[in-house]
Design a protein around this ligand. Structure first.
Ligand code: PLP
Length: 407
């Protein structure tokens, strides 16, 4: 008798619902090609290229020397929760108590926990597209149904009130809003949020997950707004998610956090207590230093991102077949590549979609980008500007040459 007929397959069916992160796949491919001697420029990276500031690293060393190397409270140390309460008050005008704060291993874990703790099979999550890849996969893993609402470039890649109204059903449990947005850099103004909130006030069963992770990467003097701050009535049903990965250049430290309703925060702690337990104690101590320490380097880094955005935008808009809108925040550009679809590579292969274009740029220009299909809005490519100006200029020259060779 065959072994397969006796034993069930090792891998659970739920794994078929999700896919590996496309940007991680491309970044890994770039690493492999580099190892073979190819000079690859990676524009698929989703993390700042700046180092973690030295005073934060020193905070971590001191924490280790103090012996802060033991388990902590599952969902964050009291010191870190206080620092987060201070941050929400100082920067967002939001008041939270300790039982309204949760800390996880990155904003990703916080979002994962929130969905796992709240979604019953068939519950719907409204996700404006294009969107960060993980929202859909996390929803699917939690047995929810992602309701993708396409937000085309003609509307600034932003969700409109009438679209939100049309997407809500009796099964809608969450809407996810991400501003500044990965991958488009779209930023919601106070008025744009207000228009969405007016709809939400009519549907009290819908909760809001505000993913504010790019809060500080905001260009042209724009002001940041988060839903719970814009409408106090929404506060009770909003989970405001943030973290230290982007603002403090600490993606590897894995600290994300959220403020929200105590019942949800308690459920998240219960789930985390049976999965990963507390986030790294040393990283938590470093996050306290980050949130309570000097903040002056943040606008300096944002100014560097803005200079890169301007230069890269100028160069990309000279590439035959690409046309790029001006992102308002985050560190990505999302050029429209529709004019290149249907063209042929020098080897005769046809570019059928944005994934083919991303592959072509890797094969023939030694540049990694992520295809727009990964973010549920094609045909686009996502270009990260979290790399030096020199490399960005080199990469744009390569992209220009490769696109000019398409016939
Ligand atoms: N939300 C968005 C929109 C992101 O782009 C990312 C990371 O790329 C995250 C959340 C996750 O951040 P963290 O490193 O805190 O898990």
């Amino acid at each position: 008798m065959k072994v397969e007929s006796v034993f069930a397959p090792l891998i659970a069916p739920r794994m078929d619902r999700i896919k590996p992160s496309p940007s991680a796949v491309v970044t890994q491919r770039a690493r492999e090609l580099r190892a073979t001697g190819r000079d690859i420029i990676s524009l698929s990276i989703g993390e700042p290229d700046f180092p973690t500031p030295p005073h934060i690293c020193e905070g971590a060393v001191e924490a280790m020397q103090r012996g802060q190397t033991r388990y902590t409270t599952v969902d964050g140390t009291p010191e870190l929760k206080q620092a987060i309460i201070g941050k929400f008050k100082r920067e967002n005008g939001l008041e939270y108590k300790t039982n309204q704060i949760t800390v996880g291993a990155g904003a990703k874990q916080v979002i994962f926990n929130a969905m796992m703790a709240t979604l019953a099979p068939g519950d719907e999550v409204v996700i404006p597209a294009p969107h960060w890849v993980s929202y859909t996969d996390i929803t699917l893993l939690a047995e929810g149904v992602p309701v993708i609402v396409p937000c085309p470039q003609s509307q600034g890649f932003k969700l409109r009130a009438e679209q939100l109204e049309a997407a809500i059903t009796s099964r809608t449990k969450w809407i996810i809003l991400n501003s500044p947005c990965n991958p488009t850099g779209a930023v919601y103004s106070r008025d744009e949020l207000k228009a969405l909130i007016e709809v939400l006030l009519r549907y009290p069963q819908v909760h809001v997950l505000a993913d504010d992770i790019y809060e500080h990467v905001l260009f042209d003097g724009r002001q940041f707004f988060t839903p719970a701050q814009v409408e106090p009535e929404l506060y009770e049903r909003t989970l405001t998610v943030n973290g230290v990965s982007k603002a403090y250049a600490m993606p590897g430290w894995r600290i994300g956090y959220a403020g929200g309703p105590p019942t949800l925060i308690k459920a998240i702690a219960k789930l985390q207590g049976q999965s990963t337990t507390n986030p790294c104690s040393i990283s938590q101590a470093a996050a306290v230093v980050a949130l309570n320490g000097p903040q002056g380097f943040i606008p300096e880094r944002t100014a560097a991102f803005q200079q890169r955005r301007d230069r890269t935008l100028e160069l990309l808009n000279q590439v035959p077949g690409l046309s790029c809108h001006k992102p308002e925040g985050a560190f990505y550009l999302y050029p429209d590549c529709s004019k290149l679809i249907g063209r042929r590579r020098p080897d005769g292969c046809r570019i059928e979609n944005d994934q083919d274009l991303a592959l072509y740029l890797l094969d023939c220009a030694d540049v990694t980008v992520v295809q727009g299909s990964a973010y549920n809005l094609s045909p686009y490519i996502r270009i990260s500007i979290a790399t030096s100006m020199e490399l960005l200029e080199q990469a744009c020259t390569r992209i220009h040459r490769a696109c000019a060779e398409l016939s």
